[in-house]
Design a protein around this ligand. Structure first.
Ligand code: PGA
Length: 279
């Protein structure tokens, strides 16, 4: 038989509940957290990189912002040297799917891990379209990264033709399914960047409704793999700049931004970081 609790017992239970859940409640009440990530692609010089980092280090970065920068390989060591103990993380733009051996021009996850590199992009649309990275290859690269404690940021996105042909959900699912097939539950250790190919470097961005609907869809696909909601981080990328970052950031399931062109000047990137903290 159920025991009827008296007033004191109820109070005690409520106090215990609040104490036990206090941390997560406080966390939930805190400001939404955003990742502001820079994809430098094949840009910048050594001198520009050092100047950029010096400026960025002098900036106040709000507690709800995580900054990530993906420079070209030769500059990773500058980040390693200049960013000791800083709250700015860095990563490679790509990684080999093979462990080691006769693969001229490739850089392995073991090498990146060796130098303490914590992140890598995989499957950026430029890699997929210019260098033949299929979804299966992307999955192998992500797997290689995870094996060396490097968190992959997996880029997915549809072309304009696929968007207009209403096939974008199918395409995104195929891209995610391939990663899930290769990683299984370890997919929860990946960040996802949704970058519609038609929005990259074009100045054209999807409507907020399209971003909202697509991020929700990606979230649901990840949930269907058993990834816990709080582990899911979906960034939006494609023509993000200071003029649109706040409205894109206000969309549900947008957990950050992957920025190309507008991340190449410290002033513009810092401005975006500041705006993202105000969303
Ligand atoms: P963009 O590039 O911001 O210049 O459109 C984004 C990306 O390719 O990651």
């Amino acid at each position: 038989m159920n025991k009827v609790l008296d007033k004191n017992e109820i109070e005690m239970l409520v106090r215990r509940y609040l104490k036990e859940t206090g941390v997560s409640l406080a966390k939930r009440a805190a400001k939404r957290e955003y990742i502001v990530a820079a994809n430098w692609k094949m840009n910048m010089t050594e001198k520009e990189t050092k100047k950029f980092l010096k400026e960025l280090k002098e900036t106040d970065i709000a507690d709800n912002i995580r900054v990530m920068i993906f420079p070209p390989y030769p500059y990773l060591y500058i980040f390693k040297e200049m960013l000791r103990y800083e709250k700015i993380a860095y990563g490679a733009q790509d990684v080999a799917k093979e462990e080691q051996g006769a693969y001229t021009g490739e850089v392995s996850a073991a090498m990146l891990g060796d130098m303490g590199c914590p992140l890598t992009l995989v499957g950026h649309s430029e890699r997929r379209s210019y260098y033949g990275d299929t979804s299966e290859i992307v999955a192998k690269k992500a797997k290689a990264a995870l094996e060396h404690q490097i968190s992959p940021m997996i880029c997915i996105g549809e072309t304009l033709e696929e968007r207009e042909g209403h096939r974008y959900q199918e395409v995104l699912k195929e891209q995610l399914d391939a990663v899930y097939a290769g990683l299984g539950s370890r997919i929860s250790g990946c960040l996802i960047a949704y970058e519609p190919v038609w929005a990259i470097g074009t100045g054209v961005i999807p409507t907020l409704e399209q971003i909202s609907e697509t991020h929700k869809y990606i979230y649901q696909v990840l949930r269907s793999y058993g990834v816990a909601g709080e582990e899911i981080r979906i960034l939006y990328g494609g023509s993000v700049n200071a003029g649109n970052v706040k409205e894109i950031g206000s969309v549900r399931h947008v957990d950050g931004f992957l920025i190309g062109g507008a991340s190449l000047k410290a002033e513009s990137f810092k401005h975006i970081i500041r705006l993202a903290s105000e969303v």
